[in-house]
Design a protein around this ligand. Structure first.
Ligand code: ADP
Ligand code: MG
Length: 487
């Protein structure tokens, strides 16, 4: 018991000194297994979290232990899964073999439609039309627009089960801060980025968090398609006043995939009024899109400028390390612990889309479960190549060559002693890529680039990691190189 309360105290302090996202991802599920004067042993859920804890947080843990009167000579991290409650298991039983189609259109592959979301939302099914698509027949029960708030929010999407890492950190932090004080900061929040990288998950998590604090909050999540369709229906059934009233009295309005409003003039006008009404009343507006406001074609200027009023955040696909943590964590929710090789294979094979990554994992788990096999490297490679997701095995050489070519510098210079800026930066980027894509050790990275000292590699990787958070140009350079690598 004593060690548990000691660890709670340590975690309490750590929680104050790291970002919420990092706390949830790295610390929340750790335990102090044992300690004496020589060693403190900390149990962590999986090897990827362990790696980061060892590298980044050992110092902080040590300091915090010391503040609490414990000064072990060394820290040890071991992988140990926390016992699961029966309730968790029951909840997961419904979800097991969900194999999303890789080729599904982005808007339909997003959040599960509300009527699939969870059976316990039966009391809130006042949807104006069946989920049969925009062209559902008239007379399909469309009587009015009575539907409740909270509808559309899927309880599955929470902050707790969102893994935070490079690529989504900033978006996570903004969403959390909005959930704590909706309408006060960042209004609107505009999240944009590629398909399947967690936009819907995060904006729904805001809705869930707001509702958890205040179950009576009027939280409204709607896909843009649904918004457009409801508006069309409202026009047809002369219910535009109801429609407007419904949307304009939300406390939090979440509109997903707002790029689909492009080219729909009447809709944009309606949206503009809704936006103004909500914004004036300090209600929180959250928007997602696959591109920034300025790149959405045929978006009225006045709406474009509204979208950019608050905060726009560019979300990126999480890096290799984070993808590994996602795979391992998701596997654990199915009560499966995968070995590193398998996790790394998956995280390497699917590099642009977390939904596809989940799909590949689910395919693997289903395959193994049906045949009573343990997931292994050979199974995962055959399952993945059968599924035609990209089984790409990059070599260090390919990464260095691709980076050199991108910057048009000779490969000999990358590997040689030159220290001019136009060589140093590409070299640092190549080091970063070796780390993020191949997960090589620092000494190995240094050797690949002809350096003797591995601290150069550490320094370079950290530098690029840090700068890429602040510098959108650098981020797009990185994703361009990656895209080519995996093309
Ligand atoms: P988008 O809206 O950007 O297309 P989604 O939010 O629908 O993407 O995410 C696709 C899937 O990937 C969802 O099942 C989501 O839960 C999962 N996912 C994405 N990012 C993460 C993450 N960082 N941690 C856990 N799951 C994630
Ligand atoms: Mg989405």
């Amino acid at each position: 018991m004593q060690k548990d309360s000691l660890w709670q105290a340590v975690l309490g302090e750590i929680e104050l000194s790291v970002s919420r996202g990092n706390y949830v991802t790295y610390f929340k599920n750790t335990r102090l297994l044992k300690y004496d004067a020589a060693t403190a042993t900390i149990g962590v859920p999986n090897v990827f979290l362990r790696g980061t804890l060892e590298r980044k947080y050992a110092g902080l843990i040590r300091e915090t232990l010391l503040k609490n009167g414990i000064a072990p000579t060394s820290l040890e991290f071991t992988v140990s899964s926390a016992p699961k409650s029966n309730r968790d298991k029951e909840e997961e039983a419904d979800e097991v073999v969900f194999i999303p189609s890789v080729s599904a259109a982005p808007q339909t592959a997003g959040a599960p439609a509300p009527n699939q979301a969870s059976p316990n939302q039966g009391g809130m099914t006042g949807m104006p039309r069946p989920a049969s698509g925009p062209m559902s027949a008239p007379g399909s029960g469309m009587g009015g627009l009575s539907h409740s708030y909270r509808q559309g929010i899927n309880e599955r999407y929470t902050f707790d089960n969102f893994i935070v890492g490079s690529g989504n950190e900033l978006a996570f932090a903004a969403c959390q801060s909005i959930a704590q004080q909706p309408g006060r900061k960042y209004n609107p929040l505009f999240l944009y980025g590629g398909v399947g990288i967690g936009k819907t998950h995060l904006i729904q998590a805001v809705g869930n968090a707001v509702l958890a604090q205040n179950p009576r909050a009027r939280v409204l999540y709607v896909t843009t398609e649904q918004f457009v369709q409801e508006f069309v229906d409202a026009l047809r059934f002369r219910k535009t006043a109801d429609f407007a009233a419904h949307y304009r009295t939300a406390d939090v309005l979440i509109v997903d995939d707002v790029q689909f409003i492009a080219g729909k003039e009447k809709m944009q006008e309606e949206f503009f009024h809704t936006f103004n009404a909500l914004h004036q009343a300090n209600c929180q507006i959250i928007l997602s899109s696959d591109k920034p406001p300025k790149e959405i074609p045929t978006l009225e200027d006045r709406l474009r400028s509204r979208f950019a009023w608050g905060m726009s955040i560019d979300m990126q696909i999480p890096d290799f390390e984070t993808r590994c943590a996602i795979v391992q964590t998701k596997a654990q929710t199915h009560n499966v612990v995968l070995n590193n090789e398998v996790v790394e294979y998956l995280a390497n094979s699917v590099t642009t889309n977390i939904r596809e990554l989940e799909g590949a994992l689910n395919q693997l788990l289903a395959f193994c479960e049906m045949r009573g096999l343990e997931p292994s490297l050979s199974i995962v490679s055959s399952v993945i190549s059968a599924a035609k997701t990209r089984p790409k095995h990059l070599s260090a050489k390919q990464i260095i060559e691709r980076t050199a070519r991108h910057f048009q510098v000779p490969i000999e210079d990358m590997l040689g002693p030159k220290r001019d800026k136009d060589i140093v930066v590409p070299r640092q980027i190549a080091m970063y890529m070796l780390r993020s894509e191949l997960h090589l050790s620092f000494p190995k990275i240094a050797r690949e680039l002809g350096r003797k000292d591995h601290t150069t590699a550490i320094h370079s990787v950290e530098k690029i990691e840090k700068e890429s958070k602040l510098d959108a140009d650098l981020r797009s350079t990185l994703s361009e190189i990656k895209e080519r690598l995996y093309a």
